[in-house]
Design a protein around this ligand. Structure first.
Ligand code: SAM
Length: 290
């Protein structure tokens, strides 16, 4: 007679997953294991504490196993889940979107007071985001400032589809428009605020990026050309024709690009008014005015 094998409990599944990911050298093994198991077993952190003996059904276990295999093969955890949190918003990803980074929340923090001030004064604040990806930056701003509206541009149609879907799911689509555009090529009108987190990695540095970035974030979102600064030249050249008087331009930059990007905007007639650092203390955001 064969003994029946008991299904593993939530606590056992968490422990085994954490051990497998850690043994494979995955840096955030405990967090990734928890995110995968909570998502595919529809449990919460509170369940793991209050009901560690809860038995997981076989469908959930199969999905967890498939997700762990993908993680062990190097796929980032949020690509496997299909979404990521940004500024408190749940944003769905697609193969054509960058996974939004916590560093980019610095840009939102820095421009939010300006957006609030313009919205209070004018009754609205028109925002243009160049290279919107998931729509992370403008959706975070619209969620905070109910009078603001945004045009979100990207050259990648799949990114725009994801951004539009995120706007709908967040109930923000009536103030959010997507435009397929090579930077300013298809943009009309003037904006109080123009933001961009463009691709800024030097082409020759792409091969040295972490495998999780290099293989899973789209190349269009990463490759900033020979010196990493190509997008800033193109964006700075087009800004003047689309900025309201007294408007601001805010860009995310690579940690060592503050001087170069400031010079590029300076040559286009813009003055640096604010520089911000990310959570790691690196120069990350520059804000300019005309
Ligand atoms: C670094 S990602 C930023 C995505 C998003 N804004 C964020 O912060 O998570 C850069 C984005 O620029 C877009 N992009 C690249 N080249 C472009 C171009 N010529 N015109 C418009 N968008 C472009 C990419 O498709 C990508 O979505």
């Amino acid at each position: 007679m064969t003994a029946s094998v008991a299904s593993p409990t939530l606590a056992e599944t968490l422990r085994a997953a954490r051990q497998r990911l850690a043994a494979a050298g995955i840096e955030d093994a405990a967090l990734d294991a928890r995110l995968i198991i909570e998502h595919f077993s529809a449990t919460t952190r509170a369940d793991a504490i209050a009901s560690p003996g809860r038995v997981l059904d076989s469908a959930a276990l199969q999905q967890i196993e498939a997700a762990l295999s993908r993680r062990l093969a190097g796929e980032p955890v949020h690509r496997i889940l299909g979404f990521r949190e940004f500024y408190g918003l749940k944003l769905f990803l697609s193969p054509e979107t960058l996974e939004p980074r916590a560093d980019t929340e610095t840009l939102v923090d820095m421009v939010l007071p300006f957006v609030r001030k313009v919205a209070a004064r004018e009754g609205t604040c028109r925002i243009l985001d160049l290279g919107t990806g998931t729509g992370a930056i403008p959706l975070a701003l619209l969620a905070q400032v109910p009078q603001a509206m945004a045009v979100a541009a990207d050259i990648a149609p799949g990114a725009l589809a994801a951004a539009g879907r995120n706007a709908r799911l967040l109930g923000l689509s009536d103030r959010f428009e997507t435009v397929e555009s090579d930077w300013f090529a298809k943009i009309s009108g003037r904006f109080h605020l123009i933001v961009s987190n463009p691709p800024y990695i030097k082409s020759t540095d792409i091969g040295a990026l972490q495998r999780e970035v290099r293989s899973f974030d789209p190349m269009l979102a990463l490759d900033g050309g020979g010196d990493g600064l190509e997008a800033y030249r193109l964006i700075s050249a087009g800004v003047a024709g689309h900025l309201e008087d007294g408007g601001r331009v805010a860009v995310e930059i690579g940690f060592d690009q503050k001087t170069d990007v400031t010079d590029i905007f300076d040559q286009a007639g813009f003055e640096l008014v604010q520089a911000g650092q990310d959570l790691g203390g690196n120069d990350r955001v520059l804000v300019f005015r005309c």
